[in-house]
Write a protein that binds this ligand. Structure first.
Ligand code: LMG
Ligand code: NDP
Ligand code: PMR
Length: 397
């Protein structure tokens, strides 16, 4: 039954038979996917589609696999059809990530893979904003555990989908924490999640994106104005400052050393801002090392101040009450989740935003422009050092 339904629901592009390319219709497969693949996807505890948990013979893994066996652009002679792109968005269960998932899904051109730590929340979130079933799936990812990151990457590879875009969006902000808390591997939680988790994820998935035949491939890391000390917002104390990275090199574990990258006293708000500097430096180091070789576009952005998101959940209630009107009427830096989602979706899929190594921002008319990063956030030597230390911490070097 489910397979019949799959057959009728398959997009026309999916059943095009190509002379060249990796069409597996000739093999012992069912619409481009082997039965063993169907079962594997089905049994994968990390892969959940929107039809319920671990149901057998589901439609969505079949679609995913079909996408993998369909070349990005159909062969000459046939009408040129671009297959749906596959985009992973971390932290798509709320705020900017959810709004971006919705914006991309609505185009009908993307399979959005929502990489989230909470299945149920992600499923409810997708439903609540009306993302339609055939355009998304949910995979489990907890960025505060490197083991979870590795499992996620393995599960994604096993799904057989090509990876066309990766959006490192998830983050936590702990402005009122008096003491540091830690990831599974013992790194300070904000930098461990926002930077190290994403660093490992993107390193593990780089080859998948390299191998994709999609005409444009993008790797986006969400940055922020508050990590850039060349702005007013970036000068609100405590300011971001990675120093000489001695705390990071020491493991950020607060055992015999600091939980802060610069080796100083713990400050949750600073740790978040530092993590955003890491995100922006990481993007540039990726660009430097891999853009020419892979053609992948690496970019970061400040989407605007989305003052209503879950990011501020740990802030005091008075802040949460006053922050949105403050940003709306005083700084005028406020943007709605919907608008911010459109901006990030643009960076993922707008042909005109294909430049690599760029930090995008938007002016008050919502026009994008290449923004200037602060001195620290564009320090090439720091980016290299950060890369090397991070590699060691996540077990890649
Ligand atoms: C640290 O505080 C925190 O300690 C840390 O936990 C972390 O959150 C970190 O950067 C994040 O900040 C920094 C400190 C900076 O900020 C504060 O003490 C609180 C400021 C709260 C600002 C947001 C709310 C502002 C609400 C204004 C009212 C809006 C009403 C809108 C009504 C619309 C009507 C139509 O502190 C400083 O840097 C001090 C510098 C102060 C300069 C002030 C500039 C003018 C801005 C005007 C707003 C002033 C509000 C101050 C009152 C805050 C009361 C909570
Ligand atoms: P939200 O809190 O709404 O969204 C953050 C997302 O990250 C949530 O989906 C959350 O999951 C997820 N997340 C947190 N920890 C983990 C983890 N360990 N593993 C997997 N996912 C995790 O905040 P925003 O939408 O505001 O933030 C999104 C991005 O935008 C962040 O990178 C932030 O730095 C950036 N940004 C935000 C601005 C703003 O004004 N809000 C301004 C500039 C940049 P869950 O739903 O389960 O909690
Ligand atoms: Mg900030 C002038 C413009 C401006 C902008 C665009 C932001 C964005 N902020 C601005 C100004 C100010 N802020 C001023 C003048 C103050 C002092 C009153 C101020 C304060 C402030 C606080 C306490 N702002 C904050 C906080 C937070 O806790 C938020 C933060 O730093 O999170 C790390 C925050 C933010 N201000 C912004 C943005 C985008 C944030 C959210 C931070 C982020 O997502 O990176």
């Amino acid at each position: 039954m489910a397979l019949q339904a799959a057959a009728t629901l398959l997009p026309s592009a999916a059943i095009t038979i190509h002379k060249e390319g990796r069409s597996s219709l000739k093999e012992s497969t069912f619409f481009g996917v082997s039965r063993s693949e169907i079962y594997r996807a089905d049994f994968n505890p990390l892969f959940v589609n929107n039809q319920g948990f671990n149901r057998r013979l589901q439609i969505r893994p079949i679609r995913a696999q079909t996408a993998a066996t369909t070349p990005a652009i159909s062969s000459p002679g046939a009408k040129k059809t671009l297959r749906k792109g596959n985009v992973i968005i971390t932290g798509a269960s709320s705020g900017l990530g959810l709004a971006t998932a919705k914006a991309l899904a609505e185009t009908g051109k993307w399979n959005v893979i929502m990489a989230c730590r909470n299945f149920l929340k992600a499923e409810r979130a997708a439903k609540s904003v009306g993302i339609s079933k055939e355009n998304y799936s949910i995979m489990h990812l907890d960025l505060s555990s490197l083991e979870s990151v590795r499992q996620f990457a393995d599960a994604f590879k096993r799904s057989g989908r090509p990876l066309d875009a990766l959006v490192c969006n998830a983050a936590i902000y702990l402005p009122t924490a008096k003491e540091p808390t830690f990831t599974a591997e013992g790194f300070e939680l904000s930098v461990g999640t926002n930077h190290l988790g994403h660093f490992l994820l993107s390193r593990l998935l780089l080859d998948d994106m390299k191998n994709s035949d999609y005409p444009y491939k993008r790797f986006i890391i969400v940055g922020s104005i508050t990590g850039n000390t060349n702005t007013l917002a970036g000068n609100v104390p405590p300011k971001a400052n990675l120093g000489d990275l001695r705390g990071l090199a020491g493991g950020l574990n607060a055992l015999n050393n600091s939980a802060m990258i610069d080796g100083g006293e713990f400050d949750g708000a600073k740790a978040y801002k530092d993590s955003k500097v890491c995100n922006m430096l990481t993007m540039q180091e990726f660009h430097k090392r891999f853009h020419e070789e892979t053609g992948i576009t690496f970019a970061s952005l400040y989407p605007g101040c989305i003052a209503t998101t879950g990011l501020f959940r740990e802030h005091i209630p008075l802040f949460r009450l006053l922050f949105p009107p403050f940003q709306k009427y005083i700084t005028k830096g406020y943007v709605s989740e919907e608008e911010a989602g459109k901006r990030l979706a643009q960076v993922v899929s707008d042909p005109s935003l294909s430049k690599s190594g760029v930090y995008w921002s938007w002016n008050t008319n919502s026009a994008s422009f290449e923004n200037q990063l602060s001195q620290e956030a564009s320090d090439a030597e720091k980016a290299r050092k950060l890369w090397e230390i991070s590699e060691k911490l996540v077990g890649l070097a």
